[in-house]
Design a protein around this ligand. Structure first.
Ligand code: NAI
Length: 351
């Protein structure tokens, strides 16, 4: 299976290390360095098998290439997975030692891969990785980093939702639009606050029902059970939890006009973009709308931007999406296809 997965992948290299002490597989996918060093987060997760972990790292690193290219950053696409038998508790010695050994692996790549946060990896973990390598973005401010990128991701998605509403509805106003946010974690909860402040009618859901109810109470919103998300009526469905939510099974159930959210790899297959269009649903390509996180890390830690430059670049996500929607309409293609073309053109020009 390993061989078949890697042969069928378009990336440059995969670094594989089996960590004997923890029985973890450390996998780093360097999909492309055409535009610059491969950058992307590290996911800490218990997978059913190393094959499943490899599938994730190959897919996610490829999506990072598209995200960096579409965002106009001089960075390539990479991603890492620490596939552990069990996720070690935050603050534990076992977690610290795993992260130090992982830091050594990243260091050994000499800057080909720059790591950052992803599922189950936060600032405190990156501070530990940073004890062994300088090739890490998103450490705490106290340790010289720019901190969590979740706020920037949420703001970029917020601008993207506004642009999507302007394109999909004749009045183009967010006020009183019903927006359903799936997943109120680091990004979803911040996004919900921005939407509430802009006058949207919010519906929130999370696998953790209590968390959804708590965030909803704080914002004067309503919450629904996580399993009702797909067939709940709304203007905008905003997936901010996991990938693969838009599929041949789920798309026929949707009762919304727009899908625009932070989750990576929302389309289960590339045909799902066509399925959405056939149902009259406008889809904001995920790697364009959720680029706020990489823009935050690259802007603050590599390009020396100030807050005003950052604010302007995050607002630019809305403008970029508006252009993608218009060009897609003119050319009779889906926004997802148009976003792919944009990224591929930039990669082709650079190579
Ligand atoms: P998080 O882990 O803080 O929050 C995710 C939330 O979704 C959790 O509250 C979890 O309980 C909930 N959830 C998981 N599965 C669910 C389901 N099936 N239904 C409802 N809720 C569910 O993650 P974070 O940082 O908020 O990221 C959210 C998504 O955005 C992820 O897909 C992530 O890959 C993506 N993303 C995050 C970026 C960032 O800067 N944090 C940047 C770009 C993408």
């Amino acid at each position: 299976m390993f061989e078949r997965l890697i042969r069928g992948w378009s990336g440059e290299q995969v670094v594989v290390r089996f960590d004997e002490v923890s029985s973890a597989w450390m996998l780093i996918g360097v999909h492309s360095t055409v535009l610059g060093p491969a950058m992307g987060g590290t996911r800490l997760k218990a997978y059913r098998s190393p094959d499943e972990a490899l599938t994730d790292v190959l897919r996610l690193s490829q999506a990072m290439t598209m995200k960096q290219a579409a965002a106009g950053l001089d960075l390539g696409g990479g991603k890492a997975v620490l596939a552990v038998p069990e996720v070690p508790a935050p603050g534990s010695q076992a977690r610290r030692e795993l992260l130090l050994r992982y830091g050594d692996l990243v260091a050994s790549m000499g800057g080909t891969y720059l790591t950052a946060a992803d599922m189950n990896i936060g600032e405190a973990d990156l501070d530990i990785v940073g004890e062994r390598t300088m090739h890490v973005l998103g450490r705490s401010v106290a340790c010289g980093g720019s901190g969590s990128s979740a706020g920037a991701t949420a703001l970029g998605v917020f601008h993207g939702i506004r642009a999507s509403i302007r394109h999909a509805f004749s009045d183009g106003d967010l006020a009183d639009r019903r927006v359903l946010v799936q997943g109120v974690g680091a990004v979803g909860a911040r996004l919900a606050t921005l939407l509430r402040d802009a006058g949207a009618r919010l519906v929130l859901a999370d696998l953790d029902d209590e968390r959804a109810a708590q965030v909803a109470r704080g914002l004067g919103a309503t919450s629904i059970a996580a399993h009702h998300v797909l067939d709940a009526e709304c203007d905008v469905f905003s997936p901010c939890a996991t990938g693969g939510v838009l599929s041949a099974e789920s798309i026929p159930l949707l009762r919304c006009r727009v899908v625009a959210g932070a989750a990576n790899n929302q389309l289960a297959t590339r045909w799902d973009a066509e399925r959405l269009r056939d149902r009259g649903i406008l889809f904001a390509p995920d790697f364009v709308i959720n680029a706020g996180g990489v823009i935050h890390l690259a802007g603050y830690e590599r390009l020396g931007w100030d807050d005003a430059q950052m604010t302007a670049r995050l607002a630019g996500i809305g403008q970029a999406l508006a252009e993608i929607f218009e060009r897609a309409d003119r050319q009779g293609v889906t926004p997802a296809a148009e976003a792919d073309r944009l990224a591929q053109d930039r990669l082709a020009a650079a190579s």
